[in-house]
Design a protein around this ligand. Structure first.
Ligand code: NAP
Length: 310
């Protein structure tokens, strides 16, 4: 039986792993290698302290992994399918095996939201993408639409301009949600054009994406615009489906914790983008991971003390 099992190998999970390994707890981190977390797919992270020139998400996560393994963290690549909770024993079932632990840290992050419009599913991988780092290079000298007005949409739109000739940012309001510095860069970039107060209603094409139907929300006027690709950045959904009957989640599926990362179940902690919180950033994911590990250590200490005094 492990002292702690961490589910998720992004910045939150790996930071928790660094702390649990240094606390000399018997710890296992289980990561689903098939899912690229939000950080890994960031071309450049400019606001993680200590890297004035920025660092790629891939490199940062790689560094965290090396650092955690240096302290002895055991990492396995399997998919967690369910969790069975009792106060004495938490069973984590993967696609290969069942593991037991006294405490659990959940750091499974979030996945990109889909719009659910006609053509989206059919053209995913054939012009519809949720990852600019993965696919932007396919659009050299082409025209693409980017949907969304948050940090991800604007950051990725800027990245796509390294390849594409024209990037049309389709946003449902007239005001971007993205941080001001990203807005300034996007507005100054000649390759970026904005289509305000509008949303995509359909993606069309034969073998690949050829056009999008854009509807102006204020006037209901629909316009067909020729594009070679569509990048969707309309937010994230937490990867917590497997926890629905186990933990208290909010209406959007985010895990509810206190500021010690405790969930409503004793011995279960959550960290990073899968939990309900104010600011979802790599730096806060790392902070959550450190606190969750510290809380798990205290929880295990308390259990040991109770054993001695029995
Ligand atoms: P987000 O902040 O939730 O923004 C989602 C965007 O998509 C919003 O502009 C939203 O419009 C739009 N949207 C949502 N549903 C839509 C729909 N059905 N149709 C059309 N548009 C829709 O998501 P995010 O940009 O992925 O960011 C997620 C978190 O990661 C945020 O906390 C963000 O700050 C953080 N992040 C930070 C950085 C950074 O610091 N460098 C980089 C990336 C992400 P409205 O604005 O009208 O709601």
């Amino acid at each position: 039986m492990y002292d702690v099992i961490i589910i998720g190998g992004g910045p939150a999970g790996l930071t928790a792993g660094i702390y649990t390994a240094r606390a000399r707890l018997n710890c296992l981190l289980i990561d689903n290698y098939a899912i690229n977390g939000q950080a890994v797919s960031s071309d450049i992270i400019e606001n993680y302290p200590g890297f004035p020139g920025g660092i790629s998400g891939f490199q940062l996560v790689k560094n965290l992994k090396v650092q955690a393994e240096k302290f002895g963290l055991k990492i396995i690549l399997q998919e967690v399918v369910s969790v069975n909770y009792t106060e004495k024993n938490i069973e984590i079932k993967t696609d290969e095996k069942i593991y037991s632990a006294i405490s659990l840290i959940i750091a499974t992050g979030a996945k990109p939201k889909q719009l659910g419009i006609p053509g989206e599913k059919e053209f995913t991988g054939r012009g519809v993408s949720y990852c600019a780092t993965c696919d932007a290079a396919l659009y050299k000298n082409k025209t693409v639409a980017v949907v969304g007005g948050g940090d991800t949409a604007i950051e990725e739109a800027l990245f796509i301009t390294k390849f594409a000739d024209k990037v049309l940012v389709v946003h449902r309001r007239y005001k971007l949600r993205a941080t001001k510095i990203l807005q300034e860069r996007a507005v100054a970039n000649k390759k970026i054009n904005f289509i305000w107060n509008s949303h995509l209603v359909e993606i069309k094409g034969a073998q690949k994406v050829e056009s999008v139907m854009v509807e102006n929300i204020l006037t209901s006027v629909k316009t067909e615009i020729n594009v070679n690709g569509v990048f969707m950045f309309v937010g994230y959904t937490p990867n917590t489906e497997y926890l629905t009957n186990i933990l208290k989640l909010d209406e959007n599926g985010y895990i509810i914790t206190d500021d010690e990362m405790k969930t409503d179940k004793a011995g279960v902690f959550a960290a990073g983008d899968c939990r309900k919180k104010l600011l979802k950033q790599v730096v806060t994911a790392c902070s959550d991971g450190a606190i969750a590990a510290f809380s798990a250590e205290k929880y295990l200490d308390k259990l040991k003390k109770m054993e001695y005094t029995k």
